[in-house]
Design a protein around this ligand. Structure first.
Ligand code: NAD
Ligand code: IPM
Ligand code: MN
Length: 365
């Protein structure tokens, strides 16, 4: 039968807890859809540092490159926070994204009807929010040179970075965003800081130039400070947002809270070819790691994105999404999305309930 190779990168903190849940969900939907998964589990981040001395071992990257899709938990933790730059868990993740050339990071923020009350925003503001942040992932200030430490003319210590984008980098992410908007609500908002930054001025120029190729998409531009404000003022005005690496990092965490919790937000990172990288947008949550408290749904929904965007297994993806809704309908909540009268459960139990929902949906069908 059809078989896919999936690289699993549990990573650090709550990473292994949430990956274990997602792996079980993937196995179950594969058996129901009549295909198979071969899982290859390899270390990344702090786990890799402890095992091999580097945050992205060559074997991890080559395993990832040789697979059909990659599912990552999270990386990072106090233990490695003071490591030198090249020995940080975060550097391993950036090397992985660069190595897989996954320049387009899709971060959907959807307020599920079951979770309207979990949002910190008023019900009428949060209800019905359904937006997609298209974040450029392999350029900008995260990768720009020159960068480093040094001294200035006064002998004072400095740290410096460079925000830089080429036409090619802007055009390819803009195209992904226009295509994404076209398949969604037909509205694209490009977020930048073109009133101050040259890299943003070029960004705006290129996005504007490409708009003529997508006459069916309504394009607007917004400065990032205003966008941060508008996201909590009236998030329903947004359909698809396209923005650079660092603004996308920040705005997607902000958008996650509209949906109730950062523990709900999945992501897909895609390149021109080769395997996609799928990961929750949250980090390793060291404050709750090892306590069976993490919300695994962001990772479970990332597994659904893996099935849809990574493998084209649309039906299997839908089974997972339906099961997540069903589990919430049945009242199960981890602490981050819990409110009175619901069943407070841990990561493992939430995972068990998702599996049960996948099963019962089959029985019902
Ligand atoms: P974080 O996302 O790990 O945690 C922020 C807050 O959200 C914490 O209170 C945490 O408990 C909570 N939270 C996060 N995920 C949750 C979940 N699934 N269920 C319930 N609560 C959840 O961000 P941070 O604290 O700024 O960073 C911690 C570490 O993670 C750092 O080392 C950072 O570099 C790393 N990090 C990694 C990634 C990644 O692997 N992609 C993303 C962000 C941060
Ligand atoms: C994320 C994280 C990463 C980023 C860090 C851990 C490198 O915050 O995936 O959002 O900034 O991209
Ligand atoms: Mn982030």
């Amino acid at each position: 039968s059809k078989s896919y190779t999936i690289t699993l990168l549990p990573g650090d903190g709550i990473g292994p807890e949430v990956i274990s849940v997602a792996k079980n969900a993937l196995k179950l939907v594969a058996s129901l859809e009549g295909f198979e998964f071969k899982f290859k589990e390899v270390p990344v981040g702090g786990a890799a540092l402890d095992l091999t001395g580097v945050p992205l071992p060559e074997e991890t990257l080559s395993t990832a490159k040789g697979s059909d899709a990659v599912l990552l938990g999270a990386i990072g933790g106090y233990k490695w926070d003071n490591n030198e730059k090249h020995l940080k868990p975060e550097t391993g993740l950036l090397q992985l994204r660069a190595g897989l050339k996954v320049f387009a990071n899709l971060r959907p923020a959807t307020v599920l009807p079951q979770l309207v009350d979990a949002s910190t925003l008023k019900k009428d503001v949060a209800e019905g929010v359904d937006l997609m942040v298209v974040r450029e992932l392999t350029g900008g200030i995260y990768f720009g040179k020159p960068r480093g430490f040094g001294t200035n003319g006064n002998g004072e210590e400095i740290g410096f970075n460079t925000e830089v984008y080429t036409t090619h980098e802007i055009d390819r992410i803009a195209r992904v965003a226009f295509e994404t908007a076209r398949k969604r609500g037909g509205k694209l908002c490009s977020v930048d800081k073109a009133n101050v930054l040259e890299a943003s001025m070029l960004w705006r120029k290129r996005v504007t130039a490409l708009a003529s190729e997508y006459p069916d998409v309504e394009l607007s531009h917004m400065y990032v400070d205003n966008a941060a404000m508008q996201l909590v003022r009236n998030p329903k005005q947004f359909d698809t947002i396209v923005t650079n690496n660092i603004f996308g990092d920040i705005l997607s965490d902000e958008a996650s809270m509209i949906t109730g919790s950062i523990g709900m937000l999945p992501s897909a990172s895609l390149g021109e070819s080769g395997p996609g990288l799928f990961e929750p947008i949250h980090g390793s949550a060291p404050d709750i790691a090892g306590q069976d408290k993490a919300n695994p749904l962001a990772t479970v929904l990332s597994a659904a994105m893996l099935l849809k965007y990574g493998l084209g297994e649309e039906m299997a993806a839908r089974r997972i999404e339906a099961a997540v809704l069903d589990t919430l309908d049945r009242g199960y909540r981890t602490g981050d999305i819990h409110s009175a009268s619901q069943k407070l459960v841990g990561c493992k139990e939430m995972g068990e309930q998702v599996l049960k929902s996948i099963d019962s949906k089959v029985a019902a069908a």
